[in-house]
Design a protein around this ligand. Structure first.
Ligand code: AMP
Length: 283
């Protein structure tokens, strides 16, 4: 049987384990997650394994990145299955602080990211989100002090925001982005997919299919606005309520007028019933 990873639940235990790795002079990779692990998360862990000698996975459902109307209390929590999956991949350490350890009484510091965090995509619909993400991720980076931190391209704007934050704060680590892992029918894996009813689950792959069609249309010369309105119409007809379907510069996430201003990334967020799905692809 695979050896279960150690679990640290407070800062002293975490520091003690990481100090042991440092003493041996080995590299450390961190994979931040909110648990409810699926193959998308596990591909980040596998990438981390290849890039560093020791792998730390954090599991923390971060209250600071949920709005009061969002799903913090019902967010799926699957601790035993998560630990078993991480053991099978040879993860060394799971960092699982409680909210009280992460945000002790009197906690009063919050990051306010700009740049790619203020471009009218996720930030427009979840105004508290990137402040919450950067606050907790900067804490994770300081707590674990990894050489490498691995994130998914699935949350593309988040990847750009965290990359920018690490650079802005001179944090001595490399942020690495890993391609989105999908179900066989193309739906991007997400812990929130369990919320979808069977009919919604059948509709959900429309998002990725439409992004791919839109990218093909753009590459064959269709004007940007026409390709995007076609994509919006298809997504709406399938039964989604759209938050955004946009083509943006792949690094800055600034709006663009044509493919010539690229590299270009297509990004979508849309709601199916009560579930909000996001996806993105390169053009
Ligand atoms: P979460 O637990 O949803 O906060 O995600 C933790 C990390 O896993 C983030 O870096 C996500 O971008 C990444 N991730 C989530 N879903 C996928 C996926 N389908 N493919 C690749 N990475 C993913």
């Amino acid at each position: 049987m695979a050896r279960r990873p150690s679990v640290a639940r407070n800062i002293a235990a975490l520091r003690n384990s990481v100090a042991g790795y440092r003493k041996k002079g080995v590299t450390v990779a961190l994979v931040p997650t909110m648990g409810a692990l699926h193959d998308g998360h596990l591909s980040l862990v596998r990438a981390a394994r290849k890039k560093a000698k020791r792998v730390v996975v954090s599991i923390f459902v971060n209250p600071a990145q949920f709005a009061p109307t969002e799903d913090f209390s019902t967010y799926p929590r699957t601790w035993s299955a998560d630990i078993a999956a991480l053991a099978a991949l040879g993860v060394d350490l799971v960092w699982a602080p409680s909210a009280a350890v992460m945000y002790p009484e009197g906690f009063s510091t919050r990051l306010e990211p700009g740049g790619p965090a203020k471009v009218g995509l996720e930030d427009r619909f979840r105004p508290h989100f990137f402040g919450g993400v950067t606050t907790v991720v900067s804490k994770l980076f300081i707590q674990v002090a990894p050489d490498i931190a691995v994130f998914g391209q699935k949350d593309y704007q988040q990847l750009m925001v965290v990359t920018r934050m690490a650079r802005d704060l001179d944090l001595p680590l490399k942020v690495v982005g890993i391609p989105t892992v999908r179900e066989k029918d193309g739906l991007a894996m997400s812990s929130r997919n369990v919320y979808l009813s069977p009919p919604e689950r059948a509709t959900a792959p429309t998002l990725y299919r439409t992004l791919k069609e839109c990218a093909t249309n753009l590459r064959s010369g269709q004007p940007l606005e026409r390709a995007l309105s076609g994509a919006r119409a298809t997504i709406e007809q399938a039964g989604f309520a759209i938050d955004y379907v946009e083509a943006r510069h792949a690094q800055s996430l600034a709006p663009i007028a044509s493919l010539d201003e690229g590299p270009v990334r297509l990004l979508v967020a849309a709601r199916l019933g009560r579930t909000r799905l996001i996806d993105n692809i390169a053009v």
